[in-house]
Every structure is written in C-alpha cells, then in structure tokens.
Design a binder for this molecule. Structure first.
Ligand code: BEZ
Length: 387
C-alpha cells in the first residue's frame, strides 16, 4: 500500500469509528417507583417482573438502547410520594418513570411528572384524576381507571337483578372511585347502593363492618381490596358465613394474585377486570409460559400491566428511533399504538387511558376464569380532561 493510500484508509477508519461513537446512545434510564413492602408489595414485584420480561424478550434493549433501572420503594405511602419521586427525577435523572400501584402515591407522581415534564407510564394506579383533570401528554397508563372495572361490575350486578347493594372499601381515591363506577353501572340497571362502608388504608380490622353487613342484609356486597388486604377480607367474609347468603362482588383485584392464599373462601367469586388468567389466545399462552419459565410463578394482572407498560414505552421509542429529545413523537406514538397485550389488543384514549374489554371472571382453583365480556371496549369518560 502506498503511504497516501494508507493515510486515506486510516482517515476513513477513524471517521467510521467517530460515527459509531456518535450513534451509540447511552442506556435509557428507567425509574421504577413501586411498593416493595406493605400490603401491595406483591403487586409491585409482579409489575417489575412483567416490565423486565418484555425488555428481556427484546434482547435487553428498546429501540436499540440498553435499559438501566433505578428503583425506589414507595411503601404505598402518599405522604412520601413527592420526596420519593424526586429521588428518581432529580437525583437519578431518569428518562422515564414507571409507577405506581397506589392511587394516592400516583397522584403525587403525576404532579411531579407534569411539573418536570418527565415521561410517566402508570402500570396500575387507577386514580381517575390522572386521566381526568390532571391529564397530560407525557402521562399514559397501561392499566385502567378506577371507574372502569367498577362500572363493569355495576352493569353485571344490575343484569343479575341486584336491587340493594352495600359497598365496602379502604377510604382513599381508589376505593371511592371504584365505588362511584359501581354505583353508576348498578343504577343503569335499576339497582341502588344503600350504604357505603369504609376503613382507613391499609387497615384490615373488618369485623364490625361485617356485622353491619349481616344486619342490613343487602342483595349483594361490592368490595375493593387488593394484595394482602384482599386475602384477609375474602377469608373474613367467608369465616363470618356471609358468602352463603350475600353474594360478594368486586373489581378483579379482590382475587387477582391472591387465590392461593385465599383458598376455598374465594372459590366461585365473580369479579370484573381487563384480564382473565385462562384467556386461550396464542398471545396470552405465550406470555404466561414465558413468565412462568422466567420467574417460576404464575402471571397475574399486575404482571400483564408491567409487561404492557414496557410495550407502550417500546412503541414510543421505536417511533423516535430511541431519541428521547423527540418527546412529541414519543407521546403521540404511545397514543396511536394498538398494544398487543396478553389481555387482548387495546388502544389508548386521547387522555392516556386504555380502551379495553372488561371481562366477567369466576375464581376457580388457582385461576380467575373468563366467563363473558361484561362491557366491550370500555373507555373511561375522562371527565375534566382538557388536552
Ligand atoms: C389503586 O390504588 O389505584 C389500586 C391499588 C391496587 C389495586 C388496584 C388499584
């Protein structure tokens, strides 16, 4: 090779290396803010596992970018919500926030995400306000609004001839909003809620309230509890003998991820949710197999929502070719995508909430089994959202 040719070859090689260097983007920083302790701990773990499973299935990268995780245990404690989310936004400088389970904590996250214009994907918390008056382009949910499964169960209860119902739940946004949805659905069918009972989150001293239910003898009880609290409530309801005389209904959280611990007390319970364990579709079967192989555990709705949070992020990033500066492209793509979820395909409303089928399920053995579509393609009314 002549000296001249050598020089030009070296220059070309150096140019290519420079180009490669310019194109190699740093890892994408994902901040997981979830409950890893307390009554919702299992929900947080399932969401994280679901999210990581999807990323793993993509070879550990989304839109060509490695993922670097940062984690905060939010303890389902709203009073610590702002401090906790700022650990991820300000200290760790994450690119995207994923969280959380508890509606009260999620409201603090959404406020911070709006103020800092940080991308936020909510993999559970149903707080209606987040896709209502607080809706924002940089916030989307892979889960549900609290209104959705409540409304669907109200419709089902009305169809089953329920005229007088009582409700029981924790006294915070999720409880109040799911009861509102249930009441709205039930009233459409000609029934009404005669009494709402509440106790503070995450209290599980149900005895006095169960005594009141026994005295009032409603046609049915609608209950929202989840995680450890749902296990205790369903067992106490059966131990009080109420399951023999007064049907217990709920949003699917009452029996999701909890059936093993609830044992015989949960068998036969009817709930409504956007997922059923035994949906016999290639997508759900492949997801459940992959989840079981990876984690040696059965998937539940929380795992699905975590998995779909990663799918939403992937859709946004793919449209922007991994470039986070193209914020408008990312947020528009996350609203345009149709998510091929284990629950069935769903779209995202302009307010950022899934538009999805609500299933009626029955607890049988270790599964919440599909019985019927309770409400097809149910969209949250997004009351108060202006975008
Ligand atoms: C919530 O706080 O929004 C919530 C928590 C657990 C299950 C479902 C909803």
């Amino acid at each position: 090779m002549t000296p001249w040719l050598k020089l030009t070859t070296l220059a070309a090689l150096a140019g290519m290396a420079g180009l490669a260097h310019a194109q190699a983007k740093p890892p994408l920083k994902v901040g997981l803010m979830l409950p890893y302790t307390g009554t919702y701990a299992s929900l947080g773990n399932m969401i994280e596992n679901g999210f990581k499973l999807y990323v793993q299935e993509q070879g550990g990268k989304l839109a060509g970018r490695e993922i670097q995780y940062f984690k905060v245990d939010d303890e389902s404690e709203p009073s610590k919500g702002t401090d906790n989310v700022n650990k991820l936004i300000k200290r760790d400088q994450v690119d995207v926030l994923v969280g959380t389970v508890h509606s009260g904590v999620a409201l603090a996250m959404a406020k911070a995400a709006r103020e800092n214009n940080t991308l936020l994907i909510i993999p559970n918390a149903g707080a209606d306000a987040i896709t209502g008056p607080m809706c924002a382009a940089n916030i989307v949910r892979s889960s549900f609004s609290n209104w959705q499964p409540g409304y669907a169960m109200g419709i089902v209860a009305g169809q089953r001839g329920i005229k007088r119902a009582m409700t029981i739940t924790w006294n915070y946004a999720a409880g109040a909003e799911t009861v509102k949805g249930f009441t709205e659905g039930l009233e459409k069918g000609g029934g009404k809620v005669v009494k709402d009972l509440t106790l503070p989150f995450p209290n599980v001293e149900f005895q006095a309230l169960l005594t009141e239910i026994a005295a009032q003898k409603p046609d049915a009880v609608y209950a929202f509890f989840a995680g450890g609290g749902a296990v205790k409530f369903v067992k106490d309801y059966a131990a009080a003998g109420l399951n023999k005389t007064i049907p217990l209904y709920g949003p699917g959280f009452l029996t999701d991820g909890t059936l093993e611990a609830q044992g015989s007390s949960a068998q036969g319970l009817l709930t409504t949710l956007h997922y059923a364990d035994n949906l016999d579709t290639p997508r759900n079967n492949a997801f459940r197999k992959s989840f079981a192989l990876t984690y040696k555990a059965n998937a539940d709705v929380y795992a699905v929502q975590g998995y779909d949070a990663a799918q939403l992020l992937a859709a946004g990033l793919a449209a922007a070719k991994g470039d986070l500066d193209k914020r408008d492209v990312i947020t528009a793509a996350m609203r345009k995508t149709v998510v091929d979820s284990p629950r069935g395909k769903f779209s995202i409303s302009p307010a950022g909430n899934p538009v999805q089928d609500m299933y009626l399920r029955e607890a049988k053995g270790q599964n919440n089994e599909f019985k019927a579509v309770a409400v097809k393609a149910l969209a949250d009314p997004a009351r108060g959202c202006k975008m």
